[in-house]
Unconditional design. Structure first.
Length: 296
């Protein structure tokens, strides 16, 4: 093959590469531009939704939290408590989308007008305590499954004595922690976990954004117990905050991820399967009590 032919062939290949490169760059620019326009469109839609339909916007925000929708795709394992009756499933869908729930009494036993939001906020009947205890017991079972030592429910804290705790701290002699365990954050390290569940549809929470609500609930728990646990019990404190819609606070997420890592290592399952299982267990523990509290 002559040198001239080789040069022509090489120039042709160089030209083809240049053309392909230009086409690929143009396609990438178009894709980027399209994606950017889609992001802008979604932001504009979200902004208009918040302005025109604030209640609907809040419902969508709650439903898109991690773990909030997990119950919809769960297999109905009876031994895990993942089964719902027809009425429970219908009520669950109504709660999720803010629909009116049929056949609810017009008045609550406390005498106030009844609604789904009121039923999930009312202290009468003990359903808020039952809801709390279901999550507490589920968390203790998960801690045992993770192989943590000394798992204990409702452990009484050591007396404060004359130790100078802040005024906002809980000084009660009978103060208790929902779950105590050893080994969550380190070998032989004591861990104290306290559960809090709030309903974001309560009137006092409606003007507030969702994320700051979780931080506010966690901060309240830390002010009450963190210093006492760290200074007197010589352990770590973790507030375990969830909403009735299935969302979780930052500290709660940390505890769940650590438990998932330990359980997956212990049983040989993947981390993804384990964290999904933990979210399902906690979600159904919440959902079942919420559905019961609607109808009493």
């Amino acid at each position: 093959m002559s040198l001239a032919v080789i040069l022509v062939f090489s120039r042709k290949q160089w030209y083809q590469r240049r053309v392909r490169g230009a086409i690929e760059r143009k396609c990438a620019e178009l894709r980027s531009d399209t994606a950017h326009k889609e992001v802008i469109r979604k932001k504009e839609l979200a902004a208009s939704l918040v302005t025109e339909h604030p209640t609907l916007a809040r419902t969508f925000e709650l439903n898109t939290e991690i773990g909030a929708s997990s119950w919809l795709s769960a297999k109905p394992y009876k031994w895990l408590g993942f089964e719902l009756s027809k009425q429970e499933f219908t009520d669950g869908i109504a709660l999720r989308y803010g629909f009116t729930i049929a056949d609810l009494p017009s008045l609550c036993q406390c005498g106030k007008p009844n609604s789904a939001d009121h039923a999930l906020s009312c202290a009468l009947g003990g359903y808020s305590i039952l809801r709390h205890n279901e999550v507490r017991d589920c968390l203790a079972e998960l801690a045992q499954d993770a192989g943590l030592k000394g798992v204990e429910v409702e452990r009484t804290l050591l007396p404060v004595g004359d130790f100078p705790l802040p005024v906002s701290a809980n000084h009660a002699t009978d103060a208790r922690m929902d779950v105590f365990c050893i080994g969550l954050w380190g070998k032989l390290r004591k861990s104290y976990i306290d559960v809090r569940i709030f309903h974001p549809g309560a009137p006092s929470y409606l003007p507030k954004a969702i994320k700051p609500l979780y931080r506010e609930q966690e901060a309240q728990k830390k002010r009450a117990y963190a210093r006492r646990v760290i200074e007197i019990e010589k352990g770590s404190f973790s507030p375990f905050v969830l909403s009735t819609t299935g969302g979780t606070g930052e500290e709660c997420g940390r505890v769940m991820r650590t438990l998932a890592s330990k359980i997956s290592d212990r049983h040989g399952n993947t981390y993804r399967e384990t964290i999904e299982h933990i979210r399902l267990r906690l979600r159904f523990a919440l959902l079942r009590v919420c559905l019961v509290s609607l109808r009493g």
